[in-house]
Design a binder for this molecule. Sequence first.
Ligand SMILES: Nc1ncnc2c1ncn2[C@@H]1O[C@H](COP(=O)(O)OP(=O)(O)OP(=O)(O)O)[C@@H](O)[C@H]1O
Length: 277
Amino acid sequence: MAPAPSITVNNLTFAFPDGSTGLRNIGLDLPPGSRSLLIGANGAGKTTLLRLLSGKRMAPSNTVSIAGIDPFATGLEGVTYLGLEWVLNPIVRTDIAVPELLKSVGGDHYPERRDELVRILDVDLSWHLHAVSDGERRRVQLCMGLLRPWTVLLLDEITVDLDLLSRHNFLQFLKRETESRSCTIVYATHILDNLAAWPTHLVHMSLGRVKKWGEMGTFEVPPTDGGAEGNSRLGQLVLQWLREDLEERGPRRGQGAEGKAYHHMQGIGGYGLEEKK
Ligand SMILES: Nc1ncnc2c1ncn2[C@@H]1O[C@H](COP(=O)(O)OP(=O)(O)OP(=O)(O)O)[C@@H](O)[C@H]1O
C-alpha cells in the first residue's frame, strides 16, 4: 500500500486580488494518515487555507506540498475538497434520482464503497432531489463527494445540517478510512459535539495566522469556567482560544466601545433600542 500523503505548508503568505492579506507566514507539517481539525473564529482564514491546499487557489511556489507535490502545479489526483460552492451546485436541486447521481460520479466503478456510503449516510435510493430536506440532500452530496477513494480530504464545514447520528456515522466512517487505507484529512468546523476522540491533530487559526498546531494530546485543557460546565474538554479548549483571539482582535470597525453601532441604528429609523450611555 502506498503511504498516505503528508501535508506540508512552508512560510505561506497569501494576498487576495484586492490586495488584502488573507494568510500570513503559515507553517504546518501534518503527517500521513492524520485527521486534523482546523479551528478558528469566523474570518480566521480556514477556507482560504483549505482552498490553497486543494489547489483551487494558487499558492506561491514552494509553499504548499501534498505528498511532496505542489497541488496547484500538477492538479494532484486524489485531493478532494468539499466546501460551500460544491454543496451549492444547482444540479442537486433538480428532479433527479439518487442512483443516477451516484452513477454520474463513478458509483458503478466502486460498488462496495457506494453501498457502504449509502448505508452509513442513510440515503434512500428512491429519493428525487427536488423533493428532499436540506439534510437529506446534504447526505446525498456527501455520498457523491466521497465516492471516489480520495487520498487527501479537505472538508470545509459541510455537516452543519446533518442530524447528530448521521454526523456521528459520517465522522466514524472518515476515521475508519484513515485507519484502513492511505489517506489524510483536514476538517474545518465550528461544531465540536462528540468530536473529542476524532482528531489526531489540532490547528488553531486566528487573523490569517496559525497560532498553534500539534498533536491532540499536546494541548493543555483549561479548567471549566462558569456557564460552560457541560462542555467537552475540546470544547473548553476551543472556547478559551476564541476568547483570547477576540481579546487580541478587539472590537470590529464601527462597533467601538462608545456604542457607535447603536448611534447608527438609531439614526436610521430606530430599532427600539435604548442607546447605551
Ligand atoms: N475574495 C476575497 N477578497 C478579500 N477578502 C476575502 C476574500 N475572501 C475572504 N476574504 C476575507 O478573508 C478572511 C478569511 O476568510 P475565510 O473565508 O478564510 O475565513 P474562515 O475562517 O473560513 O471563516 P468562517 O468560519 O466564517 O467560514 C475574512 O476576513 C474574509 O473577509
